[in-house]
Design a protein around this ligand. Sequence first.
Ligand code: C2E
Ligand code: MG
Ligand code: MG
Ligand code: MG
Length: 280
Amino acid sequence: DNARSKDSGLYYFDLQEGAKHSRRLSVTHRLEQAIEAEELSLFYQPKLNLLANHATGCESLARWFSDDEVISPGEFIPLAEQSGLILPLGSWILQTACAQALAFQQQGISMKMAVNISARQFTQPGFSQQVQDVLDAKGLAPQSLELEITESMIMENEAFGIKVLHQLKEIGVSLAIDDFGTGYSSLAYLKQFPVNKLKIDQSFVRRMHQDSVDQAIVLSLCQLSRNLRMEVVAEGVEELEQLDLLRTYQCDEIQGYWYSKPLSSADFSDFMLSRQQAVN
Ligand code: C2E
Ligand code: MG
Ligand code: MG
Ligand code: MG
């Protein structure tokens, strides 16, 4: 058997592909049930504003604690996207994040909530109206909501994408480009995007304290943002050396395990309230 799988690469490949395929099917099926049963939750990762020296916002991140395992968004978000489940899931995420932002504010935590938007949500007809409806229903100020989108989502159909961005801008929500530097980064298009913020992808930040090329990229992105009058956030900051460099680059915000991991809503409240007291 061993010999057969060695000289027949195809046989081995098929087994692996078969296993991956059935995992995808089973996770997609369980996800559909989990969405209906509201078994997913959101965690909130504080972002440190370097000028203010405290957190002024957070990013909401979907979490799925399934019966016997934790399934990461890196696995289930793409499956939700492929199966179309992202539309009900994304709608639940937007509503939950907006309701939670208001609840945090009512606890005395002044903050902006960032929500990740997937390609299929963004290109769905009436998306900006959906955002407006959720803000109205929850009673959240549009200035308290930030939507994270990626360059490729806009570039899939740039005329349409730019139109949606303008509609969202009109509503008054902030717009951030996530994973910046990994997509189709044409500067000619960037200047047409009415976005407020660039989030530098963690792949550049991870080794920036050890790698002069990554350092040069991060510095350039900080300068680019400033020149375009956009804010800039560095993702995936885990080390003090990274933070020190980012301060000298006048980066506006940092997000990463150095400051805090993503937290449950109760832990996020505690984190924010205890730090506000420390400042006062
Ligand atoms: P993202 O939007 O770029 O989110 C940042 C990811 O980096 C999160 O992973 C976060 O937990 C992780 N992270 C934060 N700080 C650090 C750090 O210091 N070191 C390292 N190694 N990682 C850090 P997560 O939660 O696993 O999410 C992965 C991706 O899944 C997200 O990337 C986003 O693209 C997608 N995602 C997560 N939640 C949602 C959601 O509610 N809706 C949509 N559409 N996508 C989501
Ligand atoms: Mg994000
Ligand atoms: Mg990112
Ligand atoms: Mg991402």
